[in-house]
Design a protein around this ligand. Structure first.
Ligand code: 6GU
Length: 247
């Protein structure tokens, strides 16, 4: 999967060089490109924001740098935009799918595991990280008219910008790509995959500070272990996330 990120703080995305995401990039499973929005601001001070038209507090991101940055990424990307189709020739291979542009925003639809699964099928994601009071509305309109755009929130709280939200989404999506997580079984039983929270986990020793691992887990009876884990998942979900059960 190709992922482009546009941000005024490229350094945030250094975190995606670590751990599983770093390995997935080294192995070519995730092709991540981080772009500094200021490189697309063409005045001497590389200005990316201005005061809100109509008045009010804070600053709004100007449309021109966003237009230049996104046009630069979209050139050559997407269905029908390669050189062969522009020359009216038959394409030699499968055309690249049209990129999906995601603008992280607390005003967007809420990101879920179901959305991560859906987005893991995309060939090309572009994350546009806004700061300040947001991005000039015409940027969303321009790219929604030309292609696919989604505003996505990672939950009901406010961050200073889209960077941390983008990192969370890239990790949630990236770990679902084939080959990224070594043992794909570990993707099956985790929280949210069955619409339930995950059951509690234990390892050795069987007793620690007087606290024993539940006997059933030491029984070797796999049907009983599965039943116990399911019961724990349902009980935990009912207690902390009854909304997931529709209660
Ligand atoms: Cl995607 N952006 C910002 N700035 N704040 C958020 C968010 C996104 N999701 C939740 N809070």
């Amino acid at each position: 999967m190709r992922i482009d990120v546009v941000t005024i703080f490229p350094g945030y995305f250094d975190a995606l060089e670590l751990s599983l995401m770093g390995k997935a990039r080294d192995r070519g499973l995730i092709d991540l490109h981080v772009h500094d929005l200021r490189d697309s601001a063409h005045d001497k001070h590389r200005t990316v924001d201005d005061t809100p038209t109509g008045g009010g507090a804070g600053m709004v991101m100007k449309p021109e740098p966003w237009g230049a940055a996104l046009d630069g990424i979209l050139v050559g990307a997407g269905a029908g935009s390669d050189a062969a189709s522009e020359a009216g020739e038959q394409p030699l291979a499968e055309p690249a799918a049209e990129p999906l542009i995601i603008f992280p925003s607390p005003a967007g639809e809420v990101f879920t595991q179901a959305m991560a699964r859906e987005l893991a099928h995309e060939q090309h994601l572009v994350f546009g990280c806004g700061r300040y009071e947001g991005i000039d509305q015409r940027v969303f309109e321009e790219y929604a008219e030309r292609g696919r755009v989604r505003l996505v929130s990672i939950g009901d709280y406010v961050l200073n910008g889209g960077e941390v939200a983008s990192i969370a989404m890239v990790e949630a999506i990236g770990r679902l790509l084939p080959g990224v997580v070594g043992n794909p079984d570990s993707l099956v039983e985790e929280s949210h995959e069955a619409g339930l929270l995950e059951y509690p986990s234990y390892t050795k020793p069987a007793e620690w500070r007087g606290r024993r691992v539940p006997d059933v887990l030491l029984s070797g009876n796999h049907a009983a272990i599965d039943a116990w884990r399911h019961e724990q998942s349902v009980e935990r979900t009912r207690r902390v996330r009854p909304d997931l059960l529709g209660d």
